[in-house]
Design a protein around this ligand. Structure first.
Ligand SMILES: Cc1cc2nc3c(=O)[nH]c(=O)nc-3n(C[C@H](O)[C@H](O)[C@H](O)COP(=O)(O)OP(=O)(O)OC[C@H]3O[C@@H](n4cnc5c(N)ncnc54)[C@H](O)[C@@H]3O)c2cc1C
Length: 327
């Protein structure tokens, strides 16, 4: 690992000021929360910051609060705390499941929700210092001609990474918003608008600007009659990223869908919202035929590569299973 300076900050304001100052001085800095992801990148010399700004020393950024409008979760809350929280289990069970299926127990004990949403891609070409890929400032995405069994089938090009977060698709299905604190103050945006497709900018996964920090996740209470579902397919039961995951929230009345959110993980460079499929489902009876059609519409436009055609069928059947379990 390349040597670096660790700075323990005591407040979000201090972190923001410091990040901004280092950026102006052209010094490289990274935010670290649990460090479960970033430190691995540093050991592999893919990330080589001169400074680490350690958020874990900020008091009061680790909380789950249930209010009239919904839940507020501080960025430093660990995945284990979300998985085990009584209120989350009762009202947002599938978020608890998504948090509980990420990584391993040890990683979930240290890994935070902020870090989970902001983590970098788990593409094996990106993670190896031997491959100067597009995301690292190189000229090509090695997945195109290489081993692309885990890469994107939707929304790819020119880079074909998939977004690795388990919680982000579930949070988007729940209509979550995030609070970002930066040099210009605070702003709250829908989580869905946080992620950036490679065709917009292939060197970044999200819209965070230098000095900005994700400080809170806000989740509205599900509408009456809503049921959520999360399912993740991975290669092995021990810690592993999603090959395909599906998060659905369906609000139904007498078996007829009133509103639906369908979000896929592991198939695109961002958590992939199947908006056309959602629109098709609204007002329809949720049965096997409709669920099959929703799967077809959601995967319409998929462009698999030589090794990942299998993801199409997998995603379609996961969507069917999710919808039938949601009514
Ligand atoms: C072996 C292994 C398996 C894994 N499996 C999974 C998996 O199955 N599913 C999954 O979702 N994840 C997985 N992960 C990724 C990771 O461990 C978790 O996502 C964890 O929640 C990351 O949180 P952290 O606090 O440790 O992040 P850190 O490592 O501290 O940070 C991760 C990234 O986010 C940035 N960051 C951190 N906090 C903030 C913030 N508040 N605001 C802005 N930027 C921030 C950092 O700068 C860094 O780029 C795995 C990791 C490993 C090493």
């Amino acid at each position: 690992m390349k040597s670096f300076a660790n700075i323990d900050v005591k407040s979000v304001r201090e972190a923001v000021t410091l990040l901004q100052k280092l950026h102006q001085e052209k010094k490289s800095a990274e935010i670290v929360s649990g460090g479960t992801e970033l430190l691995q990148l540093m050991k592999d010399r893919v990330a080589t910051p001169q400074y680490l700004i350690n958020l874990k020393t900020i008091p009061g950024l680790n909380y789950i609060k249930e209010e009239r409008s919904g839940f507020r979760i501080g960025a430093l809350t660990t995945l284990t705390e979300i998985e085990e929280h009584k209120g989350v289990r009762e009202k947002l069970l599938f978020l608890s499941q998504a948090a509980g299926e990420a990584a391993s127990p040890q990683l979930r004990n240290a890994g935070t929700i902020g870090g989970n949403i902001c983590q970098r891609p788990f593409c094996w070409y990106f993670r190896s210092a031997n491959f100067p890929c597009l995301r690292k400032g190189g000229g090509i995405c090695y997945a195109v001609a290489g081993d692309n069994r885990y890469h994107a089938i939707l929304g790819g090009g020119p880079s074909y990474i998939v977004h690795p977060s388990d919680t982000a698709p579930a949070l988007i299905a729940l209509g979550a918003r995030i609070k970002i604190t930066g040099p210009a103050g605070e702003k709250t945006i829908p989580l869905e608008k946080f992620f950036v497709l490679p065709q917009v900018d292939y060197k970044r996964e999200n819209i965070l600007q230098p000095g900005e920090i994700l400080t809170e996740v806000q989740i509205p209470h599900p509408k009456p009659g809503s049921k959520g579902f999360y399912h993740k397919v991975r290669e092995r039961q021990a810690w592993d990223h999603a090959i395909v995951s599906v998060s659905t929230v369906v609000q139904s009345k007498g078996g007829i869908c009133q509103d639906a959110h369908v979000v896929l993980g592991g198939v695109a460079p961002i958590p992939w919202r199947a908006a056309k499929a959602e629109a098709f489902l609204r007002g329809k009876k949720v049965d096997e035929g409709t669920a099959r059609q929703v799967g077809e519409i959601a995967l319409d436009g998929a462009r698999p590569m030589k090794d990942n055609v299998y993801k199409i069928g997998m995603a379609k059947s996961l969507i069917q299973r999710a919808l039938l379990a949601s009514v």
